[in-house]
Design a protein around this ligand. Structure first.
Ligand SMILES: [Zn+2]
Length: 800
């Protein structure tokens, strides 16, 4: 058989390992061009290799595997044949060898660096004319539950049968029992065989092998008892037989692809493997099919198959594969899976994005952990385009193995995701641009018969050359973009193509900009208005809010007091489009607060200015990146309470005004709600809301609080805010939200700028009322604003 002969040749070459000797004497006589030829797989320098040469190396092989391309066999040994007249066009011309070659127009000249072999390779489409492979063996169905219950186990033996049947029905397989073939070039069958103990031991411990083997001699009762001692696995007497056949199927499939017996291939195998670890079965997996196959390819083929990409799109994290190659620089493992904070199977932190490999394998492990189920085509395409493909191309593998679970497919209840067959096709299509198209797809999970069959069919048709079907959704969800961007930042340490580069860990970038800006602000406020830091006693607060609370020297004197709670100033920057770096000359600070402070100080008022950083810095040296700061509301709350008790209430201020800007208004709102007597001391509240929810001020114990708030507040809300879309708000806004004013501006800074004069007027009129009444003022002052009395202090109506 031609195949056998071919196999011998391949193994012989692989065994020799060292590069130059790979070429047979027949080729070495041909001079310099041959060197590139012999070195091609994984070792060649693309900058030296002649164009299109990548395909020519297969020539010796394809010449042997004559049964697939008899027309080429004829030409192989014929030194007299020159290439077709128009070299580049020959690529389009299909079986170009049948054309008449015109010696006169030959592109092969005496000084050409094209060898005769290259010339032959350029005739036709040597790779496209290779068939795709299919590995399927009915004996892999023998592994099943000893005593099936009414609840059929999801890892059902029929899984592979349904996929196989689907491929037959599509007319892709030459099977006597299926319908007649419908395509010109059928899938070529790759025979599964039993993997040897030596092969399996490349990944698994001898004890583990012995354990799985021992199950073949156990009684049914023993097997069932065993099942309960293990994580998600069942056994029968034929489990071992099916498992080693499954591993052997993966090995033969990968070898056939790596040695170009087939163009690419799909292995419809079970039991699956990607959860199996070196010393244990788990998650329906006994031996790690894909990992063993990768190791066998590396060992047998040496430098011809040194670098392997294992892409795992099973909805579960392939913990076994990750573990097997965690320190291996030559195997890049990329997994897309549902993670859900480590709560989704297999659970734990191993599938998280910060697990990037160790030792020599650092950076060779890429986890894309979806935060929840429900992910779909747009999300997978986004991850492929942003992370998988750029990293895969930079890695530049010699072989791609897909750990192909179809449990992220739409219809799979276990996975709960919505990946369609055409998305699987697109992902396959993209992977086929790697490793000269050497893609071996090995089945892992996937439990809905219909979903796995349709998905596997789409993948197979793509492998065979059909263009992928159109996608209906291509836009990623916010969850996906957040996840993928985060993965990019983490992987940017290991891959040149990944941006933005995250801040390095070694403490080069030490200061958060908000600290820098606050230091600058406090200096400005001191220089101009003599504002200084207020002493904050409580240690828990002082650390976080150092420098954040500034006060004018007269803060305790009998003058109007303006207390400002605000977010850090807005920064506008134009980052570099690729590196995301911000340069100082391209960044601007919008600090309108200083105008307000200047105005108040100019009027002789006292000012307490409180900056609430978006992230409360816990420990600057930790360099920890916090996603969202849960501490902030609590810390703000505590700080506001502390300030009220120690500085604001005890002050002799004639009137107290609160100004709350952005999220920092939370502190003010909280005070109003929780300090029962506070409203008696506070004249009024002004707040600015751009994106955050408009806060309701209401209390069960003080039912009049909302009324008071409505009468004594000005709440500027961006015109883009959702509150304006509510019918209820438009008609008659609840008084709990205060006196709402629709601002024509959208951002906080713009709003602060735009409404400056209104705020100044509102405050000064209220402060001046007091001034004019100062002398007769001994009766309880708040009365003028008391809930029972109508809007005496309200200067004008501004309700939006
Ligand atoms: Zn799975």
């Amino acid at each position: 058989m031609a195949m056998d002969e071919d196999e011998d040749t391949v193994m012989g070459e692989a065994g020799s390992q060292s590069l130059p000797s790979v070429t047979s004497p027949r080729w070495t006589s041909d001079g310099p061009g041959i060197q590139g030829n012999g070195q091609l797989n994984g070792r060649s320098d693309p900058s030296i290799a002649p164009p299109l040469l990548g395909q020519s190396v297969k020539l010796p092989l394809s010449a042997h595997s004559g049964d697939s391309r008899p027309e080429h066999t004829a030409g192989t040994g014929n030194q007299g044949i020159s290439p077709p007249k128009s070299l580049p066009k020959s690529v389009d011309s299909g079986d170009a060898t049948t054309e008449d070659f015109d010696k006169q127009d030959s592109l092969v000249e005496d000084n050409s660096d094209w060898t005769d072999e290259d010339a032959i390779a350029r005739t036709g489409l040597p790779l496209a004319s290779l068939p795709s492979g299919l590995c399927y063996d009915v004996q892999m169905r023998y592994h099943c539950e000893v005593r099936p219950t009414a609840d059929v186990h999801p890892e059902d033996p029929r899984r592979i049968y349904y996929i196989y049947k689907e491929l037959c029905r599509a007319g892709l397989v030459d099977d006597p029992e299926s319908c007649r073939p419908l395509v010109a070039r059928l899938l070529r069958r790759i025979n599964a065989r039993n993997a040897t103990e030596a092969e399996i031991s490349l990944v698994h411990t001898p004890d583990h092998f012995a354990f799985v083997e021992s199950t073949k001699d156990m009684s049914d009762d023993e097997l069932i008892a065993l099942e309960h001692t293990r994580d998600s696995i069942y056994f029968n007497k034929l489990t071992f037989a099916s498992s080693i056949l499954s591993v052997g199927g993966a090995i033969e499939t990968c070898l056939a692809v790596a040695t170009r017996k087939v163009k690419n291939a799909i292995a419809v195998i079970r039991p699956p493997g990607h959860h199996a670890e070196h010393d244990k079965t788990m998650g329906f997996c006994l031996f790690n099919n894909v990992s063993v196959a990768a190791r066998v390819c590396q060992n047998r083929l040496g430098d011809r198959c040194r670098k392997i990409l294992i892409l795992d799109w099973d909805v579960h994290h392939g913990n076994g594969i990750q573990k097997a190659f965690y320190e291996d620089p030559n195997v890049l493992y990329i997994s897309l899976h549902v993670y859900s904070d480590g709560k989704f199977y297999p659970g734990g932190e191993e599938g998280d994005w910060d697990h990037c490999g160790e030792g020599a394998g650092v950076g060779r492990n890429v986890n894309i952990p979806w935060p929840s189920q429900g992910m779909g085509d747009g999300d997978y395409m986004y991850a492929f385009q942003q992370v998988v493909m750029p990293i895969a191309h930079e890695f530049n593998p010699d072989l791609v193995i897909v750990a192909s679970g179809f449990d992220a497919a739409a219809g799979d209840e276990l996975g709960g995701c919505f990946v369609t067959p055409s998305c699987y096709a697109h992902m396959t299509h993209m992977l086929m641009t790697l490793a000269n198209g050497k893609v071996a797809v090995c089945l892992e999970g996937g439990y809905n018969f219909r979903s796995i069959s349709k998905s596997a069919l789409a993948v197979t048709k793509t492998l065979m050359g059909d263009p992928p079907d159109r996608l209906h959704t291509t836009s990623p969800s916010a969850l996906a973009t957040t996840t993928v961007r985060r993965v990019m930042m983490i992987q940017s340490r290991h891959w040149q193509c990944m941006y933005p580069k995250g801040p390095p860990q070694d403490g080069l970038f030490t200061d958060r900009l908000h600290d820098v800006i606050r230091a600058y602000q406090s200096k400005q406020l001191y220089d101009n208005y003599k504002l200084t830091s207020l002493f904050i006693y409580r240690t828990a607060i002082s650390k976080s809010f150092e420098n954040q609370v500034l006060a004018s020297p007269n803060y305790h004197q009998p003058v109007p007091l303006l207390v400002i709670f605000h977010d850090p100033p807005e920064i506008m920057g134009l980052p570099h489009p690729v590196t995301n770096k911000l340069e100082a000359h391209n960044c601007w600070l919008a600090d309108v607060m200083k105008d307000y402070i200047g105005w108040a100080v100019g009027k002789g008022y006292a000012v307490i200015d409180v900056n609430i950083p978006k992230h409360v810095t816990i420990d600057p040296s930790s360099g920890k990146y916090e996603e969202e700061d849960e501490n902030r509301p609590t810390a703000t709350e505590e700080l506001a309470g502390y300030l009220w008790d120690n500085y604001i209430e005890p002050s002799e201020a004639t009137e107290i005004f609160f100004l709350g800007v952005g999220n920092a208004f939370y502190g003010v709102a909280n005070l109003l709600i929780n300090r029962e007597t506070l409203y008696k001391r506070v004249n009024s509240v002004v707040s600015f809301v751009a994106e955050n929810p408009v806060r309701a001020i209401a209390s069960h114990t003080q039912v009049w609080l909302s009324r008071w708030y409505k009468d004594n507040s000005l709440v500027f809300v961006s015109h883009t805010h959702g509150v304006w879309n509510s019918v209820e708000t438009r008609r008659k806004p609840s008084k709990r939200y205060g006196q709402l004013v629709q601002s024509p501006k959208a951002s906080l800074s713009e709003m602060l700028m735009h409404h400056k004069d209104e705020v100044y007027q509102w405050i000064s009129e209220r402060a001046d009322v007091h001034d004019s009444e100062t002398e007769e003022e001994k009766k309880p002052k708040p009365k003028s604003r008391s809930p029972t009395k109508e809007n005496q202090g309200e200067p004008r109506s501004v309700a939006g």
